[in-house]
Unconditional design. Structure first.
Length: 97
């Protein structure tokens, strides 16, 4: 929806809202039946197409082998940023060969 309302963004609050929105979206797309979503002002910011969300899911299972370079490429393709110093949400760190 469009409106002429200006909403000042607080980075710390928006970061928490983003975490909650992604968690709710993941729960809904996983098929869980026990999810309740209560919307707030944050719902005016789009999450994007669900099929695009699915395309960026990387399934990791204990004991399953995955090529390291393929995994790192998938992270980058999913818009994660390699940052060996600042480990925040959206960044990843690589150690070893």
């Amino acid at each position: 929806p469009n409106s002429d309302t200006y909403i000042e963004k607080d980075l710390a609050i928006n970061d928490e809202i983003d975490k909650l929105r992604l968690s709710a979206t993941s729960a809904l797309l996983s098929g869980r039946k026990d999810v309740v979503v209560v919307s707030s002002v944050s719902c005016i910011y789009g999450m994007g197409n669900p099929s695009d969300f699915y395309k960026n899911v990387i399934e990791i299972e204990r004991g399953r082998m995955m090529d390291r370079n393929v995994f790192l490429r998938r992270l980058v393709d999913s818009l994660y940023v390699r940052n060996d110093i600042d480990l925040n949400r959206g960044n990843f760190r690589v150690k070893g060969d």
